[in-house]
Ligand binder design. Structure first.
Ligand SMILES: C[S@@+](CC[C@H](N)C(=O)[O-])C[C@H]1O[C@@H](n2cnc3c(N)ncnc32)[C@H](O)[C@@H]1O
Ligand code: SF4
Ligand code: SF4
Length: 278
């Protein structure tokens, strides 16, 4: 394992239709600074020579009140690791100087997903410039701009920037996908994700609990689907866990045979319908 995404928060303040990490369905949950430190210390003890790369994400990472100390601690544990943050930008206007200082101090690659909503980026760009921080935008393609509060179309998006398609990552509730084959075909395999004490093979595995709990569907998560950091005996045990196919993939349609399970959809706010993910 070279690195992992960190579920800084599981929930979100935007709630996109068909969100890949089921944030619109998630309860308000954060990783705490204390638990994070305990788990990262254990990883450091198991692999003193490894500086893991980390991505602060979620859900919406800026919702976690302990984000700043968590970021500094990551730098302390893994000083030579690369670091990035991905945010929807909604809270950036309100972030105090200590946030911008932390991004600068520990050299976090700063990513904003630009959704088709009315955020004023002028102030954010000014603040980033003040601290010498480069913003990497990832633009969601859309013909429209929506008002955040009313969810109504504000205007047609005449200055449509080049961007990426929104899509639906389809789950297969029958659990009949070939999970061994996915080990070889899925581009998301091995995108390790840390959620409150556990490491998961892929972000779907890491966040799917919110989907299961919300819709009360029968997708069993077994002890083979995650590894608890505090129980790990060696870094080799974690590496082996990450390198093996996982039965939970049988519920995910990504990359089955020639079919890439994603289906392009128009971006909109989530209405928490199961069809957004099935
Ligand atoms: C899960 S979000 C977490 C960070 C933050 N909330 C954000 O939106 O940037 C991480 C990335 O996943 C992308 N993503 C999530 N669901 C998606 C979907 N259904 N289609 C395309 N991209 C998606 C987001 O656009 C974002 O760039
Ligand atoms: S993709 Fe949308 S709903 Fe999902 S975490 Fe990011 S902003 Fe929130
Ligand atoms: S098949 Fe689905 S659950 Fe399995 S690794 Fe790929 S994206 Fe993750």
């Amino acid at each position: 394992m070279d690195g992992f995404g960190i579920a800084i928060s599981s929930h979100c303040n935007l709630n996109c239709k068909g969100c890949d990490v089921y944030a619109p369905l998630a309860k308000k949950e954060f990783v705490t600074y204390d638990q994070f430190c305990k788990d990262m210390k254990k990883l450091k003890d198991l692999a003193p020579d490894r500086d893991f790369d980390t991505i602060f994400m979620g859900g919406e990472p800026l919702l976690n009140p302990e984000l700043i100390p968590i970021m500094y601690k990551t730098d302390e544990f893994f000083p030579n690791g690369k670091r990035a943050i991905l945010t929807n930008g909604l809270l950036l206007e309100k972030m105090e100087d200590d946030f911008w200082q932390a991004i600068k101090d520990i050299k976090v690659t700063f990513g904003i997903t630009k959704y088709p909503i009315n955020i004023n980026f002028k102030h954010i760009e000014k603040k980033a410039k003040e601290y010498g921080i480069k913003i990497n935008y990832d633009v969601v393609k859309s013909d429209k701009i929506y008002d955040l509060n009313s969810r109504q179309v504000l205007n047609e998006n005449s200055e449509k920037e080049d961007g990426f398609d929104w899509s639906k990552n389809i789950l297969d509730l029958s659990g009949k996908q070939d999970w061994i084959e996915k080990r070889f075909t899925c581009p998301h395999r091995g995108i390790v994700t840390y959620v409150r004490g556990n490491l998961y093979y892929c972000y779907v595995h890491a966040y799917i609990n919110a989907f299961i709990d919300y819709f009360k569907v029968n997708i069993p998560i077994t002890k083979d689907d995650f590894i608890k950091i505090s129980d790990a005996k060696s870094i080799e045990e974690i590496d082996e866990f990450i390198s093996k196919p996982k039965p939970l993939c049988r519920f995910c349609k990504q990359c089955h045979n020639t079919c890439y399970g994603d289906e392009p959809i128009e971006w909109f706010f989530s209405e928490k319908k199961i069809t957004e993910w099935t």
